[in-house]
Design a binder for this molecule. Structure first.
Ligand code: NAG
Ligand code: NAG
Length: 218
């Protein structure tokens, strides 16, 4: 967050600020220069198998969104032939231009595999512009071998996904470290999603947890 250094200076002793500064010197703050977009519950639209109650696939406790899905689940709507999902779609912040950023802390319990946990939706050459997936303990960009982080299970990690629509570029930061900087999938109506969306070779249960979701733009 752009205001963090100021908070550190005003709210914490200088020595803690310096320790934080030196410890994170190799890590960037991807949100610098961005403006926070306001989010409330009306921006968070849950998609889940159409035939089960939401509380059988989603739990929100102590600020943590927990999503799970089974490979045999139905799609999110009766007329869709897409794979099962329980996801939150960020609504009312769809965009077709500009530079937009998603920030959130994700957690994937061991055993979850073959699943997309975060998407930049929309594109011209593909339905999506970016997908972060989990296969056998690694976080990948679409399918491996585009591995962003190994040993992703059972720990919180910060995701910053920056989508520059006009430059057709996507940058993915994991824990403040740039892991992918490459071409997007073209123009479209875009928005961010997070949760679990079954892909190939899925495990018997797929789960992700998310907290501190933020959207920024430039
Ligand atoms: C939701 O998660 C909390 C924290 O893990 C747990 O205590 C609670 O039982 C869960 N509720 C449901 C309905 O699964
Ligand atoms: C599914 O994705 C994994 C990870 O990239 C890959 O190893 C495997 O071959 C894929 N399977 C199919 C059926 O596409």
């Amino acid at each position: 967050m752009a205001v963090l250094p100021i908070l550190h200076l005003t709210l914490l002793p200088l020595i803690i600020y310096q320790a934080t500064f030196f410890a994170s010197a190799a890590v960037v703050d991807p949100t610098l220069g961005f403006t926070l977009v306001s989010l409330d519950n009306s921006n968070l639209v849950i998609q889940k198998p159409y035939n089960v109650p939401v509380n059988q696939r989603y739990n929100f406790t102590n600020g943590v969104h927990q999503f799970w899905i089974y490979p045999t689940d139905k799609s999110f709507k009766i007329d869709s032939n897409t794979q099962p999902r329980t996801e939150i779609r960020i609504s009312k912040h769809e965009y077709t231009s500009g530079i937009w950023q998603f920030e959130g802390y994700g957690y994937v319990p061991s055993g979850t595999s073959g699943v997309c946990i975060m998407q930049v939706f929309g594109g011209s050459s593909s339905a999506t512009t970016s997908q972060l997936r989990v296969y056998d303990g690694s976080l990948t960009y679409y399918k491996s071998p585009h591995v962003l982080s190994q040993n992703i299970y059972n720990r919180w990690f910060r995701v910053n996904a920056i989508h520059d629509v006009d430059a057709n570029n996507v940058k993915i930061y994991i824990d403040g470290v740039l892991k992918r900087d490459g071409v997007g999938c073209g123009a479209g109506t875009h928005y961010f999603k997070f949760g679990v969306y079954a892909q190939n070779d899925s495990s018997n249960c797929m789960e992700s947890r998310w907290k501190d979701i933020k959207v920024f733009k430039k």
